[in-house]
Design a protein around this ligand. Structure first.
Ligand SMILES: Cc1cc2nc3c(=O)[nH]c(=O)nc-3n(C[C@H](O)[C@H](O)[C@H](O)COP(=O)(O)OP(=O)(O)OC[C@H]3O[C@@H](n4cnc5c(N)ncnc54)[C@H](O)[C@@H]3O)c2cc1C
Ligand SMILES: Cc1cc2nc3c(=O)[nH]c(=O)nc-3n(C[C@H](O)[C@H](O)[C@H](O)COP(=O)(O)O)c2cc1C
Length: 634
């Protein structure tokens, strides 16, 4: 450890308070710092924020000055004042969530835009939307902001960009950006200033004399918040929940499906069936150590990365001061394939001309470069360590690497319990991610492998998980008499364990409860029929009125939940059309959710005697009425 315990108290205060400086007027800030481009981001898991930072950084190449801004931190009603700044432009990088909803940090902006009647005459803007085609409301937020800004009088200076996370989001962004900047040049009559250059945003400070109590050890917000836990608990202040149960759910097969129970006693955390629990995992120490080894650095060096822009609200890329080890373990994403801007910035450190050329090529917008990035990085699932190993001349300074890597994100899990039955416990049902890459490496999912090892008796210590609750709109019907049809194959069963528990509890309270129908799917009856005993018991006691299970691999032809729905079409149609059933779908967004939706279209078409278009309309109306809800991920 490179630190002693003697930093003067006044300097320590400086370090702490630096994390929380705030100014809510972005116009004042832009004027004060000579900026003319503001890039707002609506981001949940960091991608839109990253794109926003990149666009803000790009601006200097055109003699302009940009700043990236979180709409939650600023007074957005000032947007109409933007024309006070010469040659000004607002860019929005907006991700879509839920069922076409805004991200948490753009919710207030969305509400204000939606309800207000601001006059944006003279405001120039463009939007890049981030979404995923497998979702029903593809890029809904980006489209909305783009359209609403125009309605309120703003001038769109470049067409809406559409990024699809199911395809290659990075490429969509790079291609859009490539055409966007020339359009900006033309619009404002400016020119590119020349060769792209790499500019450091943060300055390294190595601390050799810092009090250990002032060093972040994985906290997300307040220093020592893990030792001294204080409610309310949220994304900046997660609760350390002890793991009380961690058991394997599948009886056989090469996968590991698990059930975990997190104890929230005393935390004042409240949840509802259908909510999500977010957990902050940590990276595998093997990968962290290996990065230190490859780069030849002492990972226990205490450092701060300080923003060179003193006006920025973001003083550090992650909580500082800290060690490289903590940064790589708790704060940085070291397992996803790096984006092209990271390759671009790192290329300068490759001493082998061929390696440098390839890195630059992958970061370029040439078709050859894009294809190389796709195959060498994305298709080969190369993370930063694999890249360092496979490019032996690439040895960047670790502080620059830490500046460039994105933040490690919390993982969400659909809560598999009902708070009516388990008020002090949150259940998770998850599958451990592990796969072999084209390079022969075995990649392991960060959170699931970390959770797998969270055993309740961890050397006599309580194994804990930093967590918070994310509210959802996936809710049982208000009236318990309404029937429900739940479709959740695989780990998609999770929220339905909560729903079924809750319907059982309602029955126990003497409430009349409508039909409770479950469509579950797994590979083999004797292998991965999750919660088989519990579900059979619910069936026996009449809480589950129907348990339909599709065993996909127990016979020669594949059988999935959508096949069972179609097989039971009369009963399904009666529940939906006559009995006002609510339909719920949980699990895989890419294939399952779409196939199930198609099955409902077909059933509506056939039994409702509707045309194809009318059948689609029928199901879409159920969605608008909140009777067709999805909790899906890909
Ligand atoms: C709202 C919501 C609810 C969710 N609920 C649940 C739930 O109840 N249960 C559950 O198990 N999960 C759930 N998830 C998924 C969960 O959040 C995590 O994404 C999942 O557990 C993997 O996390 P990880 O950190 O272990 O893997 P990561 O380290 O994030 O790795 C996963 C990534 O690895 C890559 N990958 C995985 N397999 C392969 C392969 N074969 N080939 C190539 N690349 C591959 C993919 O890029 C994938 O995104 C939910 C997600 C959301 C958004
Ligand atoms: C739970 C969940 C729900 C999503 N819902 C939508 C959606 O309704 N429409 C859409 O286009 N994309 C949807 N997406 C995709 C995200 O918008 C996309 O992955 C985006 O790149 C995330 O950006 P961020 O990292 O800045 O939050 C969803 C993603 C998740 C994980």
């Amino acid at each position: 450890m490179g630190c002693v315990f003697s930093l003067p108290e006044d300097r320590l205060v400086d370090i702490d308070s630096a994390q929380t400086t705030r100014e809510t007027s972005f116009i004042d800030k832009m004027k004060k710092t000579g900026r003319n481009i503001v890039v707002f981001y609506g981001s949940q898991t960091g991608t839109a924020e990253e794109f926003s930072n990149r666009l803000a950084k790009d601006a200097h190449r055109y003699g302009m000055k940009g700043m990236s801004a979180d709409p939650e931190e600023y007074d957005m009603s000032e947007l109409s004042r933007l024309p006070e700044i010469e040659n000004s432009l607002a860019i929005f990088c907006m991700a879509t969530y839920g069922e076409g909803d805004p991200t948490d940090n753009s919710q207030d902006f969305y509400d204000w835009l939606h309800e207000g009647d601001a006059d944006f005459t003279g405001v120039k803007y463009t939007v890049f939307a981030l979404g995923n085609k497998t979702y029903e409301h593809y890029n809904a937020m980006g489209k909305y902001v783009d359209q609403r800004m125009a309605e309120l009088g703003a001038q769109r200076i470049f067409d809406l960009g559409m990024g699809d996370d199911d395809g290659n989001l990075e490429e969509d962004f790079v291609s859009w950006r490539e055409q966007f900047w020339p359009a900006v040049c033309e619009h404002f009559g400016v020119e590119a200033t020349g060769e792209e250059s790499s500019i450091r945003q943060y300055e390294l400070k190595v601390h050799s004399d810092l009090n250990m109590n002032k060093i972040y050890t994985g906290e997300l917000g307040r220093l020592k918040s893990f030792e001294n836990q204080k409610p309310p608990f949220d994304s900046k202040n997660p609760f350390l929940a002890p793991v009380t149960v961690n058991r394997k759910l599948n009886k056989a097969g090469d996968r590991h499906l698990m059930h975990l129970e997190l104890d929230i006693t005393g935390s004042k955390i409240r949840y509802e069936s259908g909510d999500h629990v977010a957990v902050y995992p940590i990276n595998d120490s093997v990968i962290v150590n290996r990065i230190g080894e490859v780069l030849g650095v002492d990972l226990d060096t205490v450092i701060s990365l300080n923003n060179l822009d003193e006006e920025s609200n973001k003083k550090h890329p992650f909580p500082c001061p800290t060690t490289y080890r903590t940064a790589l373990t708790h704060y940085l994403d070291i397992t996803n394939p790096p984006r092209t801007n990271v390759l671009y910035e790192l290329a300068q450190y490759a001493t082998d001309p061929k390696e440098q050329e390839n890195m630059k090529k992958m970061a370029s917008s040439s078709p050859e470069g894009k294809a190389l990035y796709q195959s060498w990085v994305l298709d080969s699932c190369r993370n930063i360590l694999a890249i360092l190993e496979d490019l032996p001349s690439l040895r960047p300074p670790i502080d620059h690497l830490c500046e460039l890597l994105p933040r490690l994100q919390a993982r969400y899990y659909s809560i598999a319990s009902s708070s009516k039955v388990h008020p002090n416990s949150i259940h998770i049902c998850a599958v451990v991610v592990e796969y072999q890459t084209k390079t022969g490496r075995v990649n392991k999912g960060v959170a699931t492998n970390w959770l797998k090892n969270k055993t309740p008796t961890d050397n006599g210590h309580k194994a804990t998980v930093p967590m918070y609750i994310r509210k959802s709109q996936f809710r049982l019907p208000f009236k318990s008499t309404n029937p429900v049809i739940m479709i959740g194959p695989g780990t998609g069963i999770a929220p339905f364990m909560g729903f079924v528990q809750e319907r059982g509890w309602l029955k126990e309270q003497g409430k009349e409860v409508g039909e409770t129908v479950l469509y579950y799917g797994c590979r083999h009856k004797n292998e991965d029929f999750l919660y088989q005993e519990e579900l059979k018991e619910f069936e026996k006691t009449g809480v589950l009125t129907e348990l339909n299970v599709a065993f996909s691999r127990d016979q020669t032809e594949k059988v999935y939940v959508q096949h069972l729905l179609k097989r039971n079409k009369e009963a399904v149609w009666r529940l939906v059309h006559t009995d006002n059933a609510h339909i719920y779908i949980c699990g895989d967004a890419r294939y399952m959710a779409r196939d199930v939706q198609n099955a409902f279209y077909e059933i509506a078409e056939e039994l409702g005697e509707l045309s194809q278009a009318q059948a689609v309309d029928y199901i879409k109306k159920l969605m608008t009425k909140g009777r067709y809800s999805q909790d899906v991920w890909s």
